[in-house]
Write a protein that binds this ligand. Structure first.
Ligand code: NAD
Ligand code: 44H
Length: 443
């Protein structure tokens, strides 16, 4: 297999993606490649920030190797659904792509941290809004607005925005940010967005760690092609979507995606049971010296903690117990795949953005229902150990604030960190004492 030469199968660009990274290539690009009408749907993919991946993909005609890593071996395929790759800073290409009437949807995987929780208080977004229409926007919301502005000017018709990040009701979060920013800069554009842009909510699932040099060697071994940017992913994959596609979409359902009226029942199940357990293990298992999820779930102490977390989450899911048990068993199997090296340090990034959606709702619900919240409080305790410099490097947009809060005597640290997350929780003395004890006992 060769990555060079002229591609005869470049597909027409009818989708745009923002946040070209590992997950997009294992998930949305894969579904597009496997749709029955794949030949009609090429993707123009933009990195979020650094140009590196766009440069590497362009050097190999935007093709890449996707390795599906089973517990007993690898299967490789070459994915060709990306028709063009650009650096996120290439605003001209972005505007041109979004202004094309052929393009019917924009998908996004830009991490949780890129969505402003409160747009009107987000300094970077406010700076984009103040600069409008001059200068290059630095935020995801600003970039989307610039694209939609160009589309409206070109009279290119409606389109769908499809958030594929791990956030509850990700479509509504994106809609709120985009509509707020549009209202600040141009009421005509705001009205156009209201009438022409659909915000689709999704639940996405496929464990996809960052690629390593060993993955590059494995890809070459499997395909005889020296791919500089292969992606390794697990066999399992899920995509649940809710919302309209006014300018059409690929037949993703033909590749296994599910279209539903409401994603809500699937959101909490995935965010609490999968991502919540991931965040617990990221910090708690790291205090026991583990490096990957698979290492962690081969340690009975960590498995016990995970069970306590799942019991707490399950109490408030309101789902059929047998279904949840099946989901939990499937997760244990997925997490234990010894050949997927999903590093705890990768999962543990941006905890200040993740714990509020993955863990705090369960903790609050346990307290409100009068349960002992040990299982739901442990992820917070473990995160505090992490913030105190006892595991891997803290990488978080709010690192300075939270590491400062976590320094000092344990009781003060617990109160200060919890109060930054939720002032009311920090007032609950029993909870603070419980977390303090858990902080002490971890490891
Ligand atoms: N990797 C997984 O297993 C997985 C599974 C489900 C969902 N996701 C979602 O996909 C996201 C990306 O995961 P990945 O594995 O592709 O990571 P990655 O590091 O490979 O790619 C992340 C992409 O997002 C961009 N980005 C990061 N921060 C940004 C910001 N503040 N503004 C604009 N762009 C930004 C990066 O430039 C890059 O293009 C996750 O944060 C999560 O929300 C990932
Ligand atoms: O991708 P993040 O950083 O939002 O979260 C880390 C992991 O929990 C996450 O990537 C899971 O592996 C994924 O959500 C599985 O579908």
């Amino acid at each position: 297999m060769s990555g060079g030469g002229i591609r005869g199968d470049v597909r027409p660009v009818r989708l745009a993606h923002l946040g070209l990274g590992a997950f997009f290539r294992a998930h949305q690009a894969w579904y597009t490649a496997h749709a029955p009408d794949a030949e009609a749907w090429g993707i123009a993919a933009f990195t979020g920030r650094r140009p590196d991946l766009a440069v590497a993909l362009n050097a190999q005609d935007c093709r890449y190797t996707l390795i599906e890593r089973h517990a007993d071996g690898d299967r490789a395929e070459i994915v060709s659904s990306i028709a063009a790759a650009y650096a996120g800073t290439d605003l001209e290409a972005w505007r041109t792509t979004i202004a094309s009437p052929e393009v019917g949807a924009i998908t996004l995987t830009v991490t949780e941290a890129a969505y402003p929780a409160v747009p009107e208080r987000d300094d970077a977004l406010l700076a984009d809004v103040r600069r409008w229409p001059e200068g290059a926007p630095s935020t995801v919301t600003g970039r989307i607005l610039a694209g939609l502005h160009a589309r409206r000017a070109a009279d290119a018709g409606p389109l769908a925005l499809v958030s594929c990040d791990n956030l509850p009701d990700n479509g509504a979060v994106l809609r709120h940010a985009v509509r707020w920013a549009a209202g600040e800069v141009d009421s005509g554009l705001a009205g156009w967005i209201e009438r022409h842009v659909s915000f689709v909510s999704t639940v996405v699932d496929r464990i996809t760690p960052a690629s390593t040099d060993e993955d590059r060697a494995a890809a070459k071994e499997l395909t005889c092609w020296a791919d500089a940017s292969p992606v390794v992913t697990e066999p399992f994959s899920e995509w649940i979507l809710s919302g309209d596609f006014p300018a059409g979409r690929p037949g993703w359902d033909g590749a296994g995606a599910r279209f539903v009226d409401d994603v809500e029942p699937f959101v909490r199940r995935k965010l609490w049971l999968l991502n919540g357990a991931h965040s617990l293990l990221a910090y708690a298992a790291a205090t026991r010296g583990h490096e990957t999820v698979a290492d962690a779930v081969h340690d009975e102490v960590c498995v016990g903690w995970m069970g306590e977390w799942w019991d707490a989450a399950q109490r408030h899911l309101g789902l059929d117990a047998a279904d949840v048990l099946e989901y939990r068993n499937a997760l244990r199997y997925r997490f234990a795949n010894p050949r997927i090296r999903h590093r705890l340090a990768q999962i543990g990034m941006d905890g200040s953005q993740k714990l509020p959606v993955r863990v705090l709702p369960v903790l609050r619900a346990d307290l409100a229902a009068g349960h002992s919240p040990v299982g739901a409080a442990r992820p917070i305790a473990a995160w505090i150990r992490h913030l105190r410099g006892e595991t891997f490097e803290v990488r978080d947009p709010a690192a300075a604030t939270f590491t400062a809060a976590a320094s000092g005597p344990p009781r003060d640290a617990v109160r200060a960190v919890v109060s930054l997350l939720d002032e009311d929780l920090a007032e609950q003395r029993d909870l603070v004492r419980l977390i303090e004890g858990l902080v002490r006992d971890l490891g």
